[in-house]
Design a protein around this ligand. Structure first.
Ligand code: FES
Ligand SMILES: [Fe+2]
Length: 346
């Protein structure tokens, strides 16, 4: 058993559905060259860094020599230098210098524990096992007619509860009164379909009234099509139709507001939500306008979602009450359960 396998077996092994999947561990912006960025995923301590050529790395935050934390060290000449005895690890994670014996070639086994890394949509993704799939698709990312803005980080207890909230339009009039819904006139939510799509879940459109439905600050009728892409990654494409007749000419039938949602499950009851919004209407809002609205909405969400008990989401459907309008959330929990996701769930 190599070091990586033994770490995967340590304490409580992470189930394969999560171990062999890609997870966001930082935004691209956070990981600047020359800096060691400690991060944590499913209770495992990791370190992210970037070399001078721009390549990002995610390793166990552990020196194989005596187990010191590499993130407490520093980067020199594109090598990670351990803070304890100064072993130098190059981009392949191989130890290339042991300062106590500078003329000796370090043994092959003297290697840090690297993870698979991808960088996409403004995020750094890591897979701690062997990737079973590619990272999920975000179709608007490569479409130049869409402006993209990365928002967050937002702190939640459960990434799964945060995701379930993200795909739940029935909370809008209450949690986001005056923004995503109207408290005195909550929309009745009509029947919608949930179907399987590319191994995940997708819905038909769900219609809601939004007084401040996107950064244009104009009342819209919004039509959400949701997708659960991975256990901790979701997406919606929202068709927006301006309802104020005086401002209707500002809109176009092609207007869309999309959000790609990711949650980094730090440990069983802590997570970090990061999102990327994509919009194609004009005039295009500024990054600051987009972030202002998202920061408001996610602060409203976390204020409620972080009060939910149990903090770990129940995947046994008998544990909470489900209504027809919660169909997607209900299917999401069943999907998690069928995948064998148990970390951070009850
Ligand atoms: S523990 Fe890292 S060099 Fe000794
Ligand atoms: Fe919300």
């Amino acid at each position: 058993m190599n070091c990586r396998e033994s770490i995967n077996q340590a304490d409580r092994p992470l189930e394969e559905a999560l171990l062999n999947d890609w997870h966001v561990v930082a935004t691209s912006e956070e990981v600047v060259p020359g800096k060691l960025v400690p991060t944590m995923l499913f209770g495992r301590e990791l370190v992210a860094w970037r070399d001078s050529a721009g390549q990002a790395y995610v390793w166990e935050d552990l020196c194989i020599h005596r187990g010191a934390r590499l993130s407490k060290g520093f980067i020199q000449s594109d090598r990670v230098v351990c803070p304890y005895h100064g072993w130098n690890y190059d981009g392949s994670a191989q130890c290339v210098l042991m300062p106590a014996s500078p003329n000796e070639t370090p043994m092959k086994k003297a290697k840090a524990i690297p993870h698979h890394v991808k960088e996409a949509y403004g995020f750094i993704w890591a897979c701690m096992g062997e990737p079973a799939n590619d990272i999920p698709a975000f179709p608007e990312w490569d479409d130049p007619s869409y402006k993209k803005v990365v928002c967050g980080p937002y702190e939640f207890k459960s990434g799964y509860r945060a995701l379930e909230n993200f795909i739940d339009p029935t909370h809008f009039p209450f949690v986001h009164a005056g923004v995503n819904g109207i408290m005195d006139q909550p929309d009745p939510i009509g029947a919608y379909d949930v179907f399987e799509k590319n191994g995940g879940l997708a819905t038909s459109e769900v219609q809601v009234t939004q007084p401040y439905g996107d950064p244009r600050e104009v009342p819209v009728m919004a039509y959400y099509a949701y997708q659960c892409l991975r256990p901790l990654v979701a997406y919606f494409k929202k068709r927006v139709v301006i309802t104020d007749p005086e401002r209707a000419s500002e809109g176009s039938p092609d207007d869309r507001f999309c959000t790609f949602f990711t949650a980094q499950q730090v440990d069983e009851t802590r997570s970090i939500v990061r999102i990327c919004c994509a919009m194609n209407f004009s005039p295009q809002p500024t990054d600051a306008d987009v972030r202002r609205r998202q920061d408001l909405v996610y602060a409203q969400d976390s204020a409620i979602v972080n009060t939910q008990r149990p903090e770990r989401i129940p995947v046994d459907l008998r544990m909470e009450l489900h209504h027809r309008t919660d169909l997607l959330g209900q299917k999401y929990r069943m999907w998690l359960r069928n995948m064998g996701v148990s970390y951070g769930t009850v």
